[in-house]
Ligand binder design. Structure first.
Ligand code: URA
Length: 422
C-alpha cells in the first residue's frame, strides 16, 4: 500500500484513475492517495503508468492528416512571461503546427489565457471542432483544456489545489506531461523557471522537476528539450494583461525587449531543431529571428486571433487603465530585484490577477518596469510606471514593489543565465 511506502501497480493506477473520473472513487479516497504520493513519491515505473492512465482518461489528438511537425512548449510560469504569445505564431511562420493547451494564472504568476482574454472578443474555450478547424486553417490555437482532454487531470488538479497538494514533483510532472502528450506532439520544449519569481523558487526542486520530466518524456518517446531560465526579475518590461499583449506585439514587429526576444528565439530554435525544421540550433534561431523581423509571425498571430474571435485591428495596441503613477528609487545606488514574486503580488494589489480560482481580474492595469537588476539608479528616478484605476490598490502595489526592489550600495550578483538541461 502506498500509505505504508509501497509501490502502485499499473493495474491499480489504471483502476484508480478510471474510477476517479467516472465517480466510483470519491474525493476522500483520492486525497488520501495523493497525500501518500506527496509523502513517498513515485518511482519511474509508477510515474510512467500514472501518466499513461491520465492521458488514456480522455481524447488524444491525431494530426497525421496535417503537413508539418507538431510542436509546443510549456513554461512552469513566472512574472511577465508572455513568450507563448510570440513563440507559437513564429513557429507556425517557420513551418510547424502548434496545438497549445494553456492555463490561467493564479497567485503571482500570469496565465496565457488571461492575457489573451484582454483582446476584445477572443475566445479561449474552444470545442474539439474549433480546435481541428484552427489547426487545419491556421496551424495553431491557444486554448483552455477541453472537458475531454485529460479529464483525470482536471479533477485531480482541482483536488490537489483544494487539499494543498500541488507541489509534489511526480504529480506536477504527470499533470503537465499528460496534457502535452494528449496534444499529439512530435516535439516539446519545456521551460523550467528558477529564481524568486518562479512557481518552484527552490533551484534544486526545479532541477528535480526538469530531470523527472525529461525521463518521463523519454519513456513516452517524445523528443523534449528542457530550457532552464531565470525568473529572478520580470521577463521583458511589461507585467499585466493588456500591456503584455502590447509587448508581445512589439516582439512580433521585430522591436521587443532583448531578454524576452532572446528567450523566445532560444526556445523556438530548440523547438525547430527538435522537430527537424532546422539542422542546428543556430539555424533554428536564425529562422525564428527572421519570422519576427519580416512580419510573417505577426501575420500568423493576426490570423489565429481573428479565427478565435478577436475583434478590431489585432496589430494595434490595446488601451490600458486611465491613471498612471510612478514607483521611484528611494536612494542612489544599484538596483537589485531581491524578490520577483512581489512584482506579481504588486499587480495583484491593483486587481490585475486572480486571488481565487474562477475569480475576476482587471486586464487594463499593469506595470512597466523601467530599470533592470544591476542598473545604477538615482534617488527619485522612476523605476516603474503603474497603470491603475483611480488609485485602486495603488498603496499596496507600491509597498510590494518596495519589497521586490532594493537599492544597494554595491552592484548585486547578476541573475542566472539561460541554459539547456544535459
Ligand atoms: N501546471 C500544471 O499543469 N500542473 C501542475 O501540477 C502544476 C502546474
Amino acid at each position: 500500500m502506498k500509505r505504508d511506502g509501497g509501490r502502485l501497480s499499473p493495474e491499480l493506477i489504471k483502476d484508480f484513475l478510471t474510477g476517479y473520473v467516472d465517480g466510483r472513487v470519491h474525493d476522500y479516497h483520492a486525497s488520501a492517495l495523493l497525500m501518500a504520493i506527496f509523502c513517498y513519491g513515485m518511482d519511474e515505473g509508477e510515474l510512467l503508468a500514472w501518466t499513461r492512465s491520465m492521458v488514456d482518461s480522455g481524447t488524444r489528438f491525431d494530426w497525421s492528416h496535417l503537413e508539418g511537425p507538431i510542436v509546443d512548449k510549456h513554461s512552469t510560469g513566472g512574472v511577465g512571461d508572455k513568450v507563448s504569445l510570440v513563440l507559437a505564431p513564429a513557429l507556425v511562420a517557420c513551418g510547424a503546427k502548434v496545438p497549445m493547451i494553456s492555463g490561467r494564472g493564479l497567485g503571482h504568476t500570469g496565465g496565457t489565457l488571461d492575457k489573451l482574454e484582454a483582446v476584445p472578443g477572443l475566445r479561449t474555450e474552444l470545442t474539439i471542432e474549433d480546435i481541428r478547424f484552427q489547426m487545419a486553417e491556421h496551424g495553431m490555437f491557444i486554448a483552455a483544456q477541453t472537458p475531454d482532454l485529460v479529464p483525470a487531470d482536471r479533477k485531480l488538479y482541482a483536488l490537489r489545489d483544494a487539499a494543498g497538494l500541488v507541489e509534489a514533483i511526480p504529480l506536477i510532472a504527470s499533470s503537465i506531461l499528460s496534457k502535452k502528450l494528449a496534444e499529439g506532439l512530435d516535439a516539446l520544449v519545456l521551460d523550467v523557471k528558477f529564481g524568486t519569481g518562479s512557481f518552484l523558487p527552490d533551484r534544486e526542486k526545479g532541477l528535480r522537476l526538469a530531470s523527472r520530466m525529461a525521463d518521463l518524456a523519454k519513456g513516452f518517446g517524445l523528443p523534449m528539450t528542457v530550457v532552464l531560465s531565470s525568473m529572478d526579475q520580470p521577463l521583458g518590461r511589461m507585467v499585466g494583461h493588456a500591456n503584455e499583449i502590447n509587448e508581445s506585439l512589439d516582439c512580433l514587429r521585430g522591436d521587443g525587449p532583448k531578454d524576452l526576444v532572446d528567450l523566445t528565439i532560444r526556445q523556438g530554435g530548440e523547438a525547430l531543431l527538435a522537430c527537424g525544421l532546422a539542422d542546428s540550433l543556430d539555424s533554428g534561431e536564425a529562422k525564428m529571428r527572421t519570422s519576427l523581423e519580416n512580419g510573417s509571425a505577426l501575420e500568423v498571430y493576426q490570423r489565429f486571433m481573428k479565427a478565435q474571435g478577436g475583434q478590431g485591428d489585432l496589430s494595434a495596441n490595446l488601451p490600458l487603465a486611465p491613471n498612471e503613477s510612478a514607483f521611484l528609487a528611494p536612494e542612489d545606488g544599484f538596483l537589485a530585484c531581491v524578490d520577483c514574486r512581489q512584482v506579481g503580488v504588486a499587480l495583484q494589489s491593483l486587481g490585475g490577477s486572480r486571488v481565487e480560482i474562477g475569480g475576476g481580474l482587471d486586464h487594463g492595469v499593469g506595470l512597466e518596469i523601467l530599470a533592470r537588476h544591476g542598473d545604477r539608479v538615482q534617488r527619485g528616478q522612476p523605476l516603474a510606471t503603474i497603470t491603475h484605476r483611480a488609485e485602486r490598490g495603488l498603496e499596496g502595489c507600491l509597498k510590494h514593489l518596495g519589497m521586490a526592489y532594493h537599492v544597494l550600495a554595491e552592484a548585486p550578483e547578476p541573475v542566472g543565465e539561460t541554459r539547456t538541461l544535459g
